[in-house]
Design a protein around this ligand. Structure first.
Ligand code: GLN
Length: 321
């Protein structure tokens, strides 16, 4: 079936979602990273970027928040660009863990690889794979440059968040060294962990995440800049990773109820990818017990359901002006 939706319908729905959920008080800012506990709990922004480059924004869509685990998607794309799809599968993997994002147990259960670049273990392994091996500054440049290309504009390191997270990331230090024990990390563990911590501390906006989502939805062609950031063939690979584990142990419930593959971060951001149609991002700091933003989840679900969109519908969607 061909489904026709107008831009004004999308605009109206995005505004409705913001209006309905802005008063929701559920969830709580992440506090295991001290910086995140102090971010305004009522910040709330939504941005949709269509694959033709048109953006629809409401609320705090230009507020720079900690990208946190959403950055795992960006660096997985960098690994795809540098190594190709087969190596990502053999060196990291693409399996859901069904366990929390920082699970150590998950590392012990997988006997051949860290499982997926979208949980902490696999994301630290992905940072270890970034070329050139051993050169922290050049690797960092590659990570930031890749995020800039995907987002259409540069992210900005939030120094205070980086310090806060570096001072308290004991669990992630254990993960990095456990990976070393199992030969599943491909550069020096402390260097790899530091890159991971730094990338999580980048400030990003909902607008930038929606452009990145749209770039994935648009087969690697950034609709804002016109730059082909990655090979079109990688788009379904990255979307499948997001669909499988984007919400950790709640991924199935999320996909079932929202119809859109999306990745969350404890900074309160969520980035969704609807192939061929749009990227969508929402940001609101209070998160649930699995680390996923409460308001951002509600807003994206509302928009998808109200517009009757789902990655599984089989509909081809035409968006009219
Ligand atoms: N930097 C955070 C951590 O490693 C990211 C977690 C997340 O956003 N789910 O704990």
């Amino acid at each position: 079936m061909v489904k026709t939706i107008s831009v004004s319908q999308i605009e109206q729905t995005v505004h409705e979602a913001h209006e309905i959920y802005s008063k929701n008080l559920n969830g709580k800012n992440a506090d295991y990273i001290p910086y995140l506990a102090h971010i305004g709990s009522d910040l709330f922004g939504i941005s949709v970027c269509l694959t033709n480059g048109r953006t629809i924004e409401v609320g705090d869509s230009r507020y720079k928040f900690g990208i946190e685990s959403v950055s795992k998607v960006h660096t997985a794309i960098l690994v795809l660009r540098q190594y190709g799809a087969d190596k990502l599968l053999s060196m990291i993997g693409a399996d859901a863990t069904g366990l929390p994002f920082n699970s150590i147990f998950a590392i012990l259960l997988e006997n051949d690889h860290p499982s997926t670049p979208l949980v902490n273990a696999g994301a630290i392994a992905a940072c270890s794979m970034v070329q050139p091996t051993g050169n922290s500054e050049k690797k960092w440049e590659a990570i930031v440059n890749n995020i800039t290309l995907l987002s259409g504009s540069a992210p900005e390191l939030i120094d205070e968040l980086y310090r806060s997270e570096s001072d308290t990331n004991f669990n992630n230090r254990s993960i990095a060294w456990l990976l070393k024990n199992y030969n599943r990390i491909y550069d020096e563990p402390s260097l790899s962990l530091d890159l991971y911590t730094r990338q999580c501390s980048l400030g990003i906006t909902a607008e930038q995440l929606s452009v990145c989502g749209a770039t994935i939805a648009n087969k690697g062609l950034n609709p804002k800049t016109g730059i082909q950031v990655f090979e079109a063939a990688f788009a379904p690979k990255i979307t499948s990773l997001i669909a499988t584990v984007g919400f950790y142990e709640h991924t199935g419930d999320w996909l079932y109820s929202s119809g859109i593959p999306a990745k969350s971060g404890v900074g309160g951001g969520i980035m969704g990818v609807l192939p061929g149609i749009m990227g969508i991002a929402a940001f609101a700091p209070p998160i649930d017990e699995a680390g996923n933003s409460v308001k951002a989840q509600l807003a994206i679900k509302y928009i998808m359901n109200k517009l009757g969109l789902s990655v599984f519908s089989g509909d081809s969607v035409s968006i009219t002006a």
